[in-house]
Design a protein around this ligand. Structure first.
Ligand SMILES: NC(=O)c1ccc[n+]([C@@H]2O[C@H](COP(=O)([O-])OP(=O)(O)OC[C@H]3O[C@@H](n4cnc5c(N)ncnc54)[C@H](O)[C@@H]3O)[C@@H](O)[C@H]2O)c1
Length: 263
């Protein structure tokens, strides 16, 4: 058992989730990392790469291979986390996918719609429900420590992209889920926050890198650069360590100013 805080991060194997794990570990958190990307033989990519890096900060890392869209996997995630660390202080719902193929809203398929919603929204919703119940129990045993929950949504929660409507819808719904959990869990002292990344350089955005390079050069982002996973991770760490303790339901945008409308 660890005396330090325990964070459970989904989609921890690469990209933004990986960045969140490393920054939390640097700040003293032990980590439960959940991902489908987990091969003990592969120390170059996925959960076992992240494990090595987290251990480099002298923190513990428990890799859990699981699919957040499979509700059957949720109990396994909770059981493994509790067996190893005895508690969960921070849940970061980060796992998410883009549509396999960008398709105009007039041609969106039910299969793509269901896949994206199942992972990005339904999975995060029911995993949160399960872990929140555990956190309520935890608060009953240790009223001093207040757990929190962080949802990684996207600017797509409010920006329209007609070529990937299922993604935007999944993130808009996730944003509302964060708000409702914040409302419901406030009485237990469990704060819930939403972090909205803009355009972040990861494998998810690799297929559209050239398009976004051009848009950024043309002024799409006031701060005129790609976001880095560390930009998102810094916001998560600040929320996780309680810097915004009187701000449940807070939405933090990490987008270089894309929220600014200008003439
Ligand atoms: N990259 C961006 O520009 C950007 C912008 C806004 C929001 N986001 C959001 O941030 C989150 C992370 O995105 P990223 O850019 O790091 O993507 P990524 O594709 O680089 O990483 C996503 C990780 O989630 C894992 N994952 C996917 N489906 C899973 C499942 N069913 N169960 C468990 N793990 C699963 C993947 O294996 C991968 O390790 C996503 O929710 C994404 O929607 C990303």
């Amino acid at each position: 058992m660890s005396d330090f805080n325990i964070a459970l991060v989904t989609g921890a194997g690469q990209g933004i989730g990986r960045g969140i794990c490393l920054r939390l570990a640097e700040k003293g958190f032990d980590i439960v990392g959940v991902d489908i990307l987990a091969d003990p033989e592969n120390k170059n990519k996925g959960l076992f790469e992240v494990k090595q890096k987290v251990e480099g900060f002298n923190r513990e890392f428990l890799p859990v291979q699981a699919d957040v869209s499979s509700l059957d996997d949720h109990q396994k995630i909770l059981d493994m986390a509790i067996d190893r660390f005895g508690r969960i202080d921070v849940l970061v719902n980060n796992a998410g996918v883009a549509p396999e193929k960008r398709t105009d809203i007039l041609e969106t398929t039910p299969a793509s719609y269901d896949r994206v919603l199942a992972i990005n929204t339904r999975g995060a919703f029911f995993l949160t429900q399960r872990i929140a119940k555990h956190m309520i129990h935890q608060v009953g045993e240790d009223a001093e420590k207040k757990p929190c929950i962080i949802f990684i949504s996207s600017i797509s929660a409010y920006v329209s992209s007609p070529s990937r409507p299922e993604y935007c819808i999944s993130k808009a719904a996730l944003s509302m889920a964060a708000k409702i959990f914040a409302d419901r869990l406030a009485e237990f002292g469990i704060n819930v926050y939403e972090v909205r990344p803009g355009i972040i350089q990861t494998d998810m955005t690799a297929p559209v890198k050239e398009t976004y390079d051009k848009l950024i050069a043309e002024g799409l982002i006031p701060q005129k650069r790609w976001g880095d996973p560390a930009d998102v991770a810094n916001a998560v760490v600040s929320l996780a360590r309680g810097d915004f303790a009187y701000s449940t339901g807070l939405v933090v945008e990490v987008s270089g100013g894309m929220n600014i409308q200008h003439l």
